[in-house]
Design a protein around this ligand. Structure first.
Ligand code: 8YV
Length: 309
């Protein structure tokens, strides 16, 4: 049996159902009761950025062999425990890189050029009455990227086409990399106009965007987050935006999704998206195929397509 930890994608559900005995965890409000009855038949968990396999679930599934996540980020999977227990873990890298990087650039343009606020201006009929405030140029602005992995690199490549000088912070300096390295998030923030979070969520990167970093970015700075909500100390971000100590923000992720701080709803320098970085038909289908491909490889004793553990 395969246990889906939360709803994620209709095509994925349909394809899993064709191949395995599929349990939808969310359909069982009495989880303890469900686990009592079925834990012995569950050999795989399919997780996502919303729910994965934490220590508690892993302990409750004695026959678990593999966690195949419908996400590149694995912060909802207890990787240490999986390693200990010999449970394999796979994710969906590469197939979503372009979409997430496209969206990061989309957020830069949307925030600086006030695309969403302008759309609202037209739809509400204000164009006929009012005068429109000028916005801010994106081309040529300095872009700082936290995390220069697959997604960070794809963002950098796109920003280069906009003639943006690129710098980055990551745990280690990337050798033969043409971008400027700063040894901390604060130093990066002090030296860029647009700061983009593109690193995995780990205990070390939780709240990497704190008050100090936000102040370093300053009233002309813009924060873009396409990583994870908990990368940002959200109350600090909200107060900085409300008080005008930060120039703007483009956010695809939040600390307590789907809760979004309502103080942000009235701000025109902020663009709020419902965690849609990878949410295109093409990419979600490719992600689903990878999840299934990894499970099939595992159960037929073939090498996993995208193993992490
Ligand atoms: C989610 C993501 O998996 O890949 C990731 O890490 O955050 C997304 O692709 C997707 O939104 C399903 O929850």
């Amino acid at each position: 049996g395969v246990l889906m930890a939360c709803p994620m994608n209709a095509y994925l559900e349909q394809e899993l159902e064709k191949r395995f005995r599929l349990f939808r965890f969310w359909q069982f409000p009495q989880r303890a009761q469900f686990l009592k009855e079925h834990s012995a038949s569950i050999r795989a968990v399919v997780g996502s950025s919303v729910a994965g396999a934490d220590a508690e679930l892993i302990e409750a599934l004695p026959r678990l062999e593999i966690v195949s996540s419908f996400s590149v980020g694995l912060d909802k999977v207890d990787l240490g425990r999986c390693r200990e227990k010999g449970i394999r873990v796979t994710n969906t890298p590469d197939v979503l890189t372009e979409d997430v990087a496209d969206l990061a650039i989309g957020l830069c343009l949307a925030v600086l050029r006030r695309i969403c606020a302008s759309d609202k201006y037209v739809r509400s009929g204000k164009w006929k009455k009012g005068d429109f405030k000028l916005t801010t140029k994106f081309t040529g602005k300095t872009v700082g990227i936290i995390g220069l992995g697959r997604i960070g690199t794809a963002i950098a490549k796109r920003a280069e086409a906009f003639n943006c000088p690129i710098s980055y912070y990551s745990r280690t300096v990337k050798t033969d990399c043409k971008y400027k390295y700063y040894p901390s998030a604060v130093e990066l923030a002090s030296n860029c106009h647009i700061l983009i979070v593109a690193c995995p969520l780990t205990p070390e990167t939780r709240h990497i965007i704190n008050r100090e970093v936000i102040d370093a970015l300053g009233p002309k700075g813009v924060l873009i987050n396409i990583g994870r909500g908990p990368h940002v100390d959200e109350p600090e971000l909200v107060s900085a935006l409300v008080e005008g100590r930060l120039g703007g923000a483009g956010l695809d992720v939040f600390e307590h999704e789907p809760e979004v701080p309502e103080e942000l709803f009235g701000l025109e320098n902020v663009v709020l998206l419902p965690h849609v970085g990878s949410a295109t038909v093409e990419t979600r289908t490719a992600m689903a195929d990878l999840v299934i491909g990894n499970l099939e490889a595992h159960f037929t004793n073939k090498p996993l397509l995208t193993p992490v553990v």
